[in-house]
Design a protein around this ligand. Sequence first.
Ligand SMILES: C[S@@+](CC[C@H](N)C(=O)[O-])C[C@H]1O[C@@H](n2cnc3c(N)ncnc32)[C@H](O)[C@@H]1O
Length: 223
Amino acid sequence: MSGSTCSAPDRVALPRNSDGVFTEIAGTYDFINKVLSFGQEQNWRKRAISKLAHGRLLDLGSGTGAALPALGGFDVVALDPEAAMLGISPITQKVVGYGERLPFPDGSFDAVFSAYVFRNLTSVDDTLTEIARVLRPGGKAAIVDLGRPRNQWLARLHRLGSAIVLPTIGTLVGSRDSYGYLHRSLDKLVPPEELYADGPLRVESLWRMGTFGFVYGVILVNE
Ligand SMILES: C[S@@+](CC[C@H](N)C(=O)[O-])C[C@H]1O[C@@H](n2cnc3c(N)ncnc32)[C@H](O)[C@@H]1O
């Protein structure tokens, strides 16, 4: 893993809601993610990636590099605060860092991709500001994440389901607290239709996927 010389603020450790969680589940994360999404998690990434033009791409919160098979044709730089996740990633260009303080020069990426990360961030606002800074003019960001369905009754049903399923899986794999965190994180942010509306990047398109639409994708443009 490497650092990077640039004009961004010095890298310092940020407190995170997800502290330690992804280090603890690094070994089981990919398998459990496939099971929980009924094998759809890569299709959800691909749909967003298909809207990006090829070039130098930052995979923000890259984790184990699970997106790499869907990123053919891009020059991929992986960034994640968890060395344990990056350590088992097949991506060759890896940087330990935070979305809120990207260690890259202004305008240094053609595209940014981020899957299943935003609800773990300390600050969505700071991360969107940083994405706007490192994207070239006209560059696009594709973000995919999980939340709750828009309909409040379906959201309640979904909440009940994840309250049972995620801690149960956590108990089975010996990480009950970490999977309990994943359940709670689904309620952390406002719906994406509000979250990205007034940010530094223009919303080009936003769509929902998965059971009851609890997964979303959004394309943001740096104008
Ligand atoms: C659910 S995993 C998703 C990993 C990968 N993007 C994928 O599609 O499988 C969430 C990742 O976000 C990372 N993360 C947590 N806080 C972050 C932050 N502030 N900035 C960047 N990444 C962060 C975690 O370390 C973890 O690897």
